[in-house]
Design a protein around this ligand. Structure first.
Ligand SMILES: [Zn+2]
Length: 116
């Protein structure tokens, strides 16, 4: 279940800069992601389509990032900071969402050695 932030908390969140970077709306957290309150998913057949005004979201889990994000990580990303996993891969916010996600992962280079 999504957890609605109380109206009273909204001012505090805006002060902390914890608002949607796309539309300035409030954010909400579920067990699996942080998303914009203006994002509205409706089920169509076996998949969900987005019918809201904004589709910003950050999932906590990623197949390629080696650890699960928490609330503090998401706040860091929203501030423009990067978060890293155990392998040194760097995740940053990417508002172009070219890959369908609002995060970009920069992978550490594979270890290269001379081949004899
Ligand atoms: Zn938004």
């Amino acid at each position: 279940m999504a957890e609605e932030l109380k109206t009273d908390d909204k001012k505090q969140d805006e002060k902390n800069g914890v608002v949607c970077p796309m539309c300035g709306g409030g954010l909400q957290a579920s067990d699996s992601s942080v998303s914009c309150k203006n994002r509205k998913l409706v089920k169509q057949g076996s998949s969900y389509i987005d019918v809201g005004d904004c589709d910003f979201f950050i999932p906590f889990k990623s197949k390629v990032f080696k650890r699960q994000l928490n609330g503090a990580d998401v706040r860091k990303l929203l501030k423009g900071d990067q978060v890293t996993d155990a392998e040194g891969n760097k995740m940053t916010l990417d508002l172009t969402a070219e890959n369908g996600f609002y995060t970009r992962i920069e992978f550490t280079k594979a270890k290269i050695r001379d081949f004899n």
